[in-house]
Design a protein around this ligand. Structure first.
Ligand code: NDP
Ligand code: MG
Length: 385
């Protein structure tokens, strides 16, 4: 395998930093061609000095001078701002984009990369939640692969290798259940951010950690699965599996179920997506059947974790409803992280926004952008009251 030049959009985040560990462990296979951050200029500079990319982008334009002067003695090109992120994504200087920006902000650079036919290793699930039809259509049109990084979708993708002609009956996404599994609303009403930020099995960025605690993450993943694997809503199931050893499953039309298993470590799906179609060796810890000898499964509690019920509603409704759900959820999660609203209020914000913003059955890309903006303003107005 020749060296793949990787463009990491969101290199300073949880996925981005782990991807750089994978690159550092495999210098003959991968190089970091583009690195981007939003505000964390210190880490971006450190990464740039270590990995010597061709280009870095800092989203926050106020930090441009600092990054530029820190990299003055190198050949690294420095850009800043939201538009620069899109322009750099459209440059034909890399082999694979790792889409690891969090939230809606990841959509436009990913679309630019697809426009020039670049394969995507997709961590940023919100991209597919907001405009999955347009993104996947673009990937097909440009013959660009979209390889999932999200562990559940990586599992499904791995189960489907060699099964192209075989019909899927259903996919079963596993969910850890998060830190509040088994809890009821009378407990959740008092939950504070620091408690919600402690996930039992995974260490991740703040937004996805809160989404995991509310089970919104699993709802976003159902929508992500619909687009990645071209499924109908009723083919996508969720089962709570607290040990996070089975990362997801595919049931074929003969009833046979395939799963992909391993310890919960994002470096594995990241490495798989970067190296695909090859598997490469690593020294990550291995699952030991003796130390976790019992794997358990239970139904998700949709009455308590209503965000998952709302996401299923959006999945069934289609059109711009998932993008409305996503926009309201982003506003609600950041308000919760700033201690502006309570844990259960996040669901209220999402539910009210879904009932308020106009439904469009087959939106254009501009209509997706508009309903995202409308949903954000409405959700924000609920929080200010
Ligand atoms: P983090 O919050 O840890 O990192 C986000 C990255 O995006 C950082 O590099 C950040 O820069 C950058 N960023 C933030 N806001 C913007 C913006 N407005 N414009 C451009 N760049 C921005 O997130 P994670 O790494 O946890 O998650 C990234 C994506 O991967 C999410 O969509 C998440 O759902 C998905 N994912 C993550 C998993 C995980 O284990 N973490 C597992 C499965 C999926 P800065 O550091 O400067 O703020
Ligand atoms: Mg996941």
């Amino acid at each position: 395998m020749s060296q793949k030049r990787i463009a990491i959009f969101g290199s300073t985040g949880s996925i981005g930093t782990q991807a750089l560990e994978v690159i550092a462990a495999n210098p003959n296979l991968f190089s970091a061609e583009i690195l981007t951050a939003q505000t964390n200029e210190e880490l971006l500079i450190t990464q740039a000095l270590q990995f010597n990319p061709n280009i870095v982008v800092i989203g926050d334009e106020k930090k441009y001078n600092k990054v530029k002067s820190a990299l003055e003695k190198t050949h690294i090109k420095v850009f800043a701002g939201e538009i620069a992120l899109e322009e750099v994504a459209a440059m034909d200087c890399y082999d694979l984009m790792l889409a690891a920006i969090v939230g809606y902000a990841g959509l436009k650079p990913t679309l630019q990369a697809l426009e020039i036919g670049k394969p995507i290793a997709l961590a940023n699930k919100e991209t597919l939640v907001v405009a999955g039809d347009i993104v996947m259509q673009k990937a097909i049109e440009k013959r660009a692969a979209v390889i999932p990084v999200d562990s559940e979708h990586s599992a499904i993708f791995q189960c489907l290798v060699g099964e192209t002609r075989n019909k899927i009956e259903q996919v079963i996404l596993t969910a850890s259940g998060g830190p509040f599994r088994g809890k009821k609303p009378n407990f959740l009403v008092n939950v504070k951010r620091d408690h919600a930020l402690q996930h039992p099995n995974w260490t991740m960025g703040a937004k996805i950690t809160i989404d995991s605690a509310t089970l919104m993450n699993k709802g976003l993943e159902m929508i992500e699965a619909k687009w990645l694997f071209n499924l109908k809503p009723d083919q996508i199931k969720v089962v709570v599996h607290p040990q996070s050893i089975i990362h997801s499953m595919v049931q074929f039309e003969d009833g046979s179920i395939k799963s992909q298993m391993g310890l919960p470590d994002m470096k594995l799906p990241i490495q798989y997506a970067l190296a695909f179609p090859q598997r490469i060796p690593n020294d990550l810890p291995r699952y030991n059947f003796k130390s976790v000898s019992t794997l358990t499964f239970e139904e998700p509690d949709l009455k308590t974790f209503r965000n998952l019920a709302l996401a299923i509603e959006a999945l069934n409704k289609g059109g711009n409803m998932p993008s409305i759900l996503n926009a309201a959820n982003e506003i609600a999660v950041y308000a919760f992280l700033r201690n502006r609203i309570g844990f259960l209020d996040m669901t209220e914000v999402v539910e009210q926004t879904m009932s308020k913003v106009a439904f469009i059955e087959s939106p254009t890309l501009d209509e997706y952008f508009e309903s995202d903006g409308e949903a954000r303003s409405f959700a924000a107005s609920l929080i200010q009251m």
